[in-house]
Design a protein around this ligand. Structure first.
Ligand code: TMP
Length: 234
């Protein structure tokens, strides 16, 4: 059985990668391919628990501050489980695996954002993920200002939608804003790290710049992504 194709989507919060991944999955499925989609953190039973701890902005009021190294280790625990349960079996079966975030996110967010350094992240990747690398990474990188504005709008929309009552007893929806509440400097470091990763691995990482040059509608970006992916498929 030929090994399938492993494609990851990367970018800042608010870059539109999740929408684009969903559209690519629909297009590939319609063309007769078997597609397995997942996101990190999450997508396994263990990963969904870890996601609630890592991404929900209320977890630190329950657990206390999460140390940067604990955060990194939990991201890799999630990834190891996803590789074992989903990614490796799907690739062995010849499927196309689409993954919303992977180790580049750890390098950008924990390595650069939390300033743990790339070397530590790459060593974790070797130890915990057996160095499993994507065949292709699509990096959606709008200019920093635009991505920040979009992430902050999402954050405000969430805050406005929350009930004001202190006596609320209904279960609360997830508040996936723990990272989106970070400073602009944190995001600037992440943005720079993504550019460095793309420059270091130009064959694997293709950047969809999404700047002011050309048509940047969701439809236009979808077509650009299809054109980049098609030649990489077996
Ligand atoms: P999402 O909003 O794209 O689903 O990602 C969840 C958050 O988790 C996002 O803010 C980025 C962060 N993250 C890391 O910090 N390190 C990682 O390794 C991964 C996979 C995500």
């Amino acid at each position: 059985m030929p090994r399938g194709t492993f494609i990851t989507f990367e970018g800042l919060d608010g870059s539109g990668k999740t929408t684009q991944m969903r559209r690519l999955a629909a297009w590939l499925t319609a063309s007769g391919r078997t597609v397995v989609s997942l996101r990190q953190p999450g997508s396994t039973a263990l990963g969904d628990r870890l996601r609630a701890v890592l991404v929900d902005s209320r977890s630190e009021s329950a657990l206390g501050p999460i140390s940067p190294l604990a955060e990194m280790a939990l991201m890799f625990a999630d990834r190891a489980q996803a590789i074992a349960e989903i990614i490796s079996p799907a690739l062995a079966a010849g499927s196309i695996v689409l993954c919303d975030r992977y180790t580049d996110s750890s390098e950008a967010y924990q390595g650069a954002g939390r300033q743990l350094g790339s070397a530590r992240i790459l060593a974790m990747h070797a130890a915990v993920c057996n160095n499993l690398q994507p065949d292709l990474t699509l990096l959606l990188l709008p200019p920093l200002d635009a991505a920040l504005a979009r992430a902050r709008r999402r954050n405000h929309r969430y805050a406005a939608a929350q009930p004001q009552s202190e006596t609320q007893t209904e279960p609360q929806p997830a508040d996936e804003n723990r990272f989106e509440r970070e400073s602009d400097d944190f995001y600037a470091r992440i943005h720079a790290a993504y550019l460095e990763i793309a420059a270091r691995e130009p064959h694997r990482v293709l950047t969809i710049a999404n700047d002011d040059s050309g048509d940047n509608s969701i439809d236009a970006i979808e077509l650009r992504i299809r054109a980049l992916v098609a030649p990489r498929l077996l």
